[in-house]
Every structure is written in C-alpha cells, then in structure tokens.
Design a protein around this ligand. Sequence first.
Ligand code: HEC
Length: 110
Amino acid sequence: MKRWLPFIALIGGAIGFSLYMFLSEDVNPYTPTANDPLVIYKDACAHCHGETGEGSGLLYPALNADELTLDRVRKSVREGSFMMPSFPNIKGAVLDSLAQIIMRASYKGR
Ligand code: HEC
C-alpha cells in the first residue's frame, strides 16, 4: 500500500491543479485597454502564443493561418478551451480586428 502513496499524491496534485485552472478561469477576465489589436495581442495572447504567434513549447500552439479561419479564431477567444482562458471582454469590432491581424500576420511555421 505504501508504495502507491507517491502515485496517489501525484494524481491528487494533478486533479487539484486542473481544478484550480478550471475554477480560476474567468474570475478576472482580461479587459482590453486599447482598441489596437496589436496591443491586445501583446497583452493577452503573446505570453502563450508567442510574440509573433509562433507558439511556445509543446503546450501552446502556433497561430498558423493556414489552419485557422476567422470564425475559429473568434470562437477560441470567446469561448476559450481546456487550456486557454476565454476572453469575454474582447468582442465586437475589436474581436474582429484581432482575428484579422492573427489571420494576416500569423506565424507560418517556417
Ligand atoms: C494561457 C495561455 C493562452 C492564452 C493567454 C491564449 N491562448 Fe490561445 N490557446 C492556448 C492553448 C493551450 C490552445 C490550444 C487549444 C487547447 O486549449 O486545447 C490555444 C488555442 C488557440 C486557438 C485555436 C487554434 C486552433 O488551431 O484552433 C486560437 C485561434 C487562439 N488560441 C487564439 C488566442 C488569442 C487571440 C489569444 C489572446 C486573446 C489567446 N489565444 C490567448 C493558450 C492560450
């Protein structure tokens, strides 16, 4: 029984961390401080997706326009996903222009 303890501790930690990520989401959603989509990208997206959308490590995907559509970008930002917070305060015309610069300037994987 004793030798399972480290595993139980590890799994408990993992569940706790997931719950924390889940519950802390949306507590304090990012609010744009400017209408400039480049500023918003830098403030809200760059620390995960990289300054130029190149992604970061294994966890955070590159924003590759070849695989995205405007709608998919809008949906990701509005709803978030398991590993990405949602941004309910980025909306309307601001969300549109953000999606557009991501499609236009995104990292091409080269
Ligand atoms: C906390 C880190 C984090 C932040 C901040 C973040 N993202 Fe993400 N994003 C992710 C992760 C991780 C994924 C991969 C999907 C998943 O969660 O399974 C993702 C996926 C995406 C996708 C979908 C890619 C696809 O192939 O469908 C888009 C588009 C996107 N993010 C755009 C944004 C934009 C725009 C912002 C800023 C408003 C942003 N992200 C902020 C972590 C983040």
